[in-house]
Design a protein around this ligand. Structure first.
Ligand code: SAM
Length: 309
């Protein structure tokens, strides 16, 4: 489901850099590390591959490193930016019919309100200080999103695409792998930014799993693998559909709340040892040993038990 394609490290080729921030002083509290390596910027835009007719929204356009090449490929772009100085610059640089600037916090922005006739793509070199809450916030819009491409701390991307059993596998992996097919496209070194962050970064692609296909296959009685029908997509069976997503989320959070503890302790609120054993889950296992499908199975068993009670 989650794929690390090649872990390619994209090195800035020592070519053009946009080192001059035009008098803007980077604000740490807004996670401002501006992309300056033009070859990497172009690689990101190629990965996003915007098409005329797409609705694209960029989170945190900053000084426009991605905004400019995106606008060279499309007539119009939405951006969500919190920094008032940068908003003023963006409005000065591009007219409103080319760039719609949504002023405010991306964590409070309703991305599904941008639903368009064509594909809705969300992109951005994200502020690293809010990346996890932002990823969880974006899950709410996943039903209307075509795909998302983000620059994140490499360590966060490693956790997003981690396999069960690895030390990186956690709540973020389970929750995001439940909602998306994910792929780490390439890593980006600190010298590609101004100021350079202290960590490696990576570009990740997220494609929402089309849960509606599972629902309709159930309605018409045809067992159908889940697939968005796009290249590189992984077919997933309907064993991966949680009947009560809020309950699924609570069980995953409880399991990983103390990851060194055994599931018979962390999941005590939901299951007895006998319940776990009956579901083929070792009561002595730790949270990271279970896969996404196991968590869905647990949540569905609990939902069924609650419905009967
Ligand atoms: N896209 C630019 C680039 O690649 O050079 C800037 C990227 S910088 C890592 C993050 C951007 O997100 C900054 O412009 C920052 O002001 C903006 N930002 C930070 N927190 C935000 C929030 N909560 N909502 C919207 N934008 C935010």
């Amino acid at each position: 489901m989650a794929r690390v394609s090649n872990q390619r490290v994209s090195q800035p080729k020592g070519g053009a850099r946009k080192d001059n921030l035009g008098g803007h002083v980077a604000r740490k509290r807004f996670g401002q590390n501006f992309l300056v390596a033009t070859d990497i910027i172009h690689e990101i835009i190629d990965a996003i591959a915007p098409r005329a007719g797409d609705t694209v929204v960029e989170i945190g356009p900053g000084l426009g490193a991605l905004t400019e090449p995106l606008l060279s490929r499309m007539d119009h772009l939405h951006v969500v930016e919190i920094d008032r100085d940068l908003i003023a610059r963006l409005r000065q640089r591009w007219p409103g019919d080319r760039l719609t600037v949504h002023e405010g916090d991306a964590l409070a922005f309703d991305f599904s309100a941008l639903k368009a006739d064509g594909r809705l793509k969300i992109v951005g070199n994200l502020p690293y200080n809010i990346s996890s809450p932002l990823l969880f916030h974006l899950v709410e819009s996943s039903p209307v999103v075509y795909d998302m491409h983000f620059m994140l701390q490499k360590e966060v991307v490693d956790r997003m695409v981690a396999e069960p059993g690895s030390g990186d596998f956690g709540r973020l992996s389970v929750m995001l792998q439940y909602h998306y097919h994910m792929e780490c496209l390439f890593t980006v070194p600190p010298e590609s930014f101004e100021p350079p962050p202290k960590v490696m970064s990576a570009i990740v692609r997220l494609i929402p799993r089309d849960k509606s296909q599972i629902e309709s296959s159930k309605k018409f009685g045809t067992p159908m693998a889940l697939s968005t029908g796009r290249a590189g997509d992984t077919a997933i069976g309907d064993a991966l559909l949680a009947k009560d997503e809020a309950l699924f989320s609570r069980i995953v959070a409880a399991a990983f709340s103390q990851r060194r503890k055994m599931l018979r302790n962390t999941l005590r609120e939901f299951f007895s040892e006998a319940d776990l054993a009956a579901l083929n889950i070792q009561p002595t296992a730790r949270a990271e040993e279970l896969g996404v499908e196991d968590y869905v199975r647990l949540a569905n068993a609990k939902a069924a038990a609650l419905a009967k009670a």
